[in-house]
Design a protein around this ligand. Structure first.
Ligand SMILES: NC(=O)c1ccc[n+]([C@@H]2O[C@H](COP(=O)([O-])OP(=O)(O)OC[C@H]3O[C@@H](n4cnc5c(N)ncnc54)[C@H](O)[C@@H]3O)[C@@H](O)[C@H]2O)c1
Length: 259
């Protein structure tokens, strides 16, 4: 197992893509810490993982709060004896027209999707540097980090920011041996997209499921992705196989954006 002896933390691990990543990194052999606002759901994923023997731990944390993230990382380091892989996956989305977006919409989006990645990377990198144990920082970006989409301007801005942070961080942290990359999913059927589909329906009158199907048809694979479609890339980025890859935001989108 390629992550034997490694400790991996995944934010937003209670459901959707984060839960699938957590399961995969656990199967890869990592000691696993699940971070989420929703402790009960995260514990259900942790119990499922722990059935294989190694105990997965859960830390409740709001990634938009710096102290909360730093405390979470301290707890993980103490419980697991270190931290080698940080997957800053937690994120939110909202479907709203550019002209209707108010200040609180922007603040919330940037607090979770941008500051959440910044704090997760800072807390993990500081620990890696102090312990002289260089590791992997991995963020959830998106096709919306490469292209703007109508009704999603603040979400797209947050994901363009993630791509910028990944590039800048990779350059700053390379001398410590830390690698920094992102995965960019396309249209993945998760609770997030179910909520987006309902929000689009309210605005456009589309039938439930219609918007998700319409967006999924943009992909060359002509279907929505599953969370499991994303995990192979994250597993690779977490492993030593990707030692020479850094600063990249890689599409795993079924063929929507071409970089
Ligand atoms: N679903 C897609 O099509 C898609 C496409 C591209 C990128 N992404 C990105 O992938 C990531 C995961 O998406 P998903 O579809 O699995 O989302 P989801 O909404 O299904 O799950 C997100 C998880 O993050 C947690 N979370 C939200 N805010 C948090 C906070 N402040 N602190 C801690 N945890 C918090 C939620 O409790 C939830 O468990 C997100 O960053 C998202 O932007 C998703």
């Amino acid at each position: 197992m390629k992550l034997n002896g490694k400790v991996a933390a995944v934010t937003g691990a209670a459901q959707g893509i984060g839960a699938a990543i957590a399961r995969r990194l656990y199967q890869d052999g990592a000691r696993l810490a699940l971070i989420d606002l929703d402790q009960a759901k995260a514990e259900a994923v942790a119990r499922e993982c722990s059935e294989a023997g190694r105990e997965a731990i859960v830390v409740r944390c709001d990634v938009s709060n710096r102290a909360s993230v730093f405390n979470a990382v301290d707890k993980i380091v103490e419980a697991c004896g270190g931290l080698d892989i940080m997957v800053a996956n937690a994120g939110i989305c909202q479907v709203r027209s550019f002209l209707d977006l108010d200040e609180s919409d922007w603040d919330r989006m940037l607090a979770v999707n941008v500051k959440g990645v910044v704090f997760s990377f800072q807390a993990a990198a500081k620990h890696m540097i102090a312990s002289q144990r260089p590791g992997k920082l991995i963020a959830a970006c998106s096709i919306a980090g490469h292209q703007g989409y109508a009704m999603l301007s603040h979400y797209c801005a947050s994901k363009f920011a993630v791509r910028a942070i990944v590039q800048a961080c990779a350059k700053e942290l390379a001398s410590y041996g830390i690698r920094v990359n992102a995965y960019c999913p396309g249209i993945v059927q998760t609770p997030m997209w179910e909520a987006m589909d309902a929000q689009y329906s309210q605005i456009t009158g589309a039938q439930p499921g219609e918007t998700l199907r319409r967006f999924a048809r943009m992909a060359l694979i002509k279907r929505a992705e599953t969370p499991e479609d994303i995990v192979g890339l994250v597993s690779f980025l977490a492993s030593d196989d990707s030692a020479a890859i850094t600063g990249q935001s890689i599409a795993v989108d079924g063929g929507i954006v071409f970089l």
